[in-house]
Ligand binder design. Structure first.
Ligand SMILES: Cc1ncc(COP(=O)(O)O)c(C=O)c1O
Length: 370
């Protein structure tokens, strides 16, 4: 999509292309981060730029542990935290550590498409389970899908591509099913919660604590979206202290961080974020864009589940062929992604991580082409 948008911009001119295809955070990092980065850049203690423990600097992991303990209501220490090269790196490290060949990894559709490749990277098999019509996990379908080969379930909350937030009740229900199945099959089934959009929420919604609800859970997240640092590749893995074999999994993730070739998360970023883990990008623009687009789509008669988080909307496509509808939009200069790329055809994904005028103009064209 990135290349296609660039090609169209060259062909038609920047202003003629309204690109709502990318999950690239448009908000700049907060001042607290920039100050911290400046301070980190002049540190000159011996060893500042050397290799470190593959899990990351203990000081940074301790700060992250404080943050996650507060958010999850479960006490963690640096022994539960590994720094990663973004959430993408973290997810690969966790899957490499957990999966044996042929293990199944359950993913709810619509999904972040990379999950399928990440499972495949480590000889796992992605098993797709449809979420319900409001894009919430479907408990009955999950129950049917879990087999003795199920090693893990990945959830993404708030969700890309739908923007919905799974409430605590939904996580409790998942946790009950997974606990029963784990007991029946005689091995743990891990819940991997990708929380890269955790701090990008708009309504007064309660975010669940997976660590409190389910012992065998792992959070993978990053500073890509909430600190606007997607290009800096910094994130972390939080392993539940109550997970069976938490210490072994920590050791495995330390090793796979090395063997997958990451070696460690970027040192400068680890030193920079530890003083500003509570800072956030400004959500004002995302909030305004969400309102403009949702209002226009609803008024024009699109079926929309209003998103409470992330910066995506996933409306039904007016044409059942979502790829054809995206081509039609592209002819009018609006670039969005077909839902079939996320495992749910007949829908389109709009990213509203764009300038406000782009959202306003795109809203008008979408309403026209309903
Ligand atoms: C749901 C989801 N998970 C993971 C990632 C990857 O995040 P990172 O840039 O931190 O690797 C993204 C990026 O868009 C995402 O949307």
């Amino acid at each position: 999509m990135f290349e296609e948008a660039e090609r169209l911009k060259k062909e038609r001119g920047e202003d003629a292309v309204l690109d709502l295809s990318l999950g690239n955070p448009i908000e700049e990092p907060p001042v607290a981060f920039l100050d911290s980065l400046k301070a980190a850049s002049v540190e000159s203690l011996p060893g500042t730029h050397r290799y470190m423990n593959n899990a990351g600097y203990p000081e940074t992991r301790a700060k992250v542990a404080e943050l996650v303990s507060r958010e999850q209501g479960v006490p963690l220490t640096e022994a539960n935290i590994l720094m990663s090269c973004g959430a993408a790196g973290g997810l690969n490290v966790v899957l490499k550590s957990l999966l044996d060949p042929g293990d199944e990894v359950i993913i709810f559709a619509p999904f972040f498409a990379e999950y399928i490749f990440y499972a495949d990277n480590h000889n796992g098999v992605a098993k797709i389970v449809e979420s319900d019509e409001n894009f919430q996990p479907d408990a009955d379908r999950l129950e049917e899908a879990v087999t003795e080969k199920t090693k893990a379930v990945i959830i993404n909350n708030p969700n890309n591509p739908t923007g919905v937030v799974y409430p605590p009740t939904a996580i409790r229900q998942l946790a009950d099913i997974l606990s029963q199945k784990a007991l029946r099959f005689g091995h743990p089934i891990y819940l991997i919660s990708d929380e890269v959009y955790r701090h990008i929420v708009y309504d007064d919604v309660a975010l669940p604590s997976v660590l409190r609800e389910y012992a065998d859970s792992i959070i993978v997240t990053s500073c890509s979206k909430d600190l606007g640092l997607a290009g800096e590749r910094i994130g972390y893995i939080a392993i539940s202290p109550n997970l069976e074999g938490a210490g072994e999994l920590f050791a495995a993730c330390t090793t796979t961080t090395r063997t997958l070739g990451f070696v460690n998360a970027p040192a400068m970023m680890q030193r920079s974020i530890r003083a500003c883990l509570d800072a956030r990008v400004d959500l004002g623009l995302y909030r305004r864009n969400r309102e403009v687009l949702c209002d226009a789509l609803v008024q024009a008669g699109f079926r929309v589940v209003k998103p409470s988080g992330a910066f995506y909307i996933f409306p039904q496509s007016p044409e059942p062929d979502d790829v054809a509808y995206c081509s039609l939009l592209r002819e009018k200069g609006v670039i969005v992604v077909p839902g079939s790329g996320f495992g749910r055809g007949g829908h389109i994904r709009l990213s509203y991580s764009v300038e406000h005028q782009t959202a306003v103009k795109a809203a008008a064209i979408l309403a026209e082409l309903r």
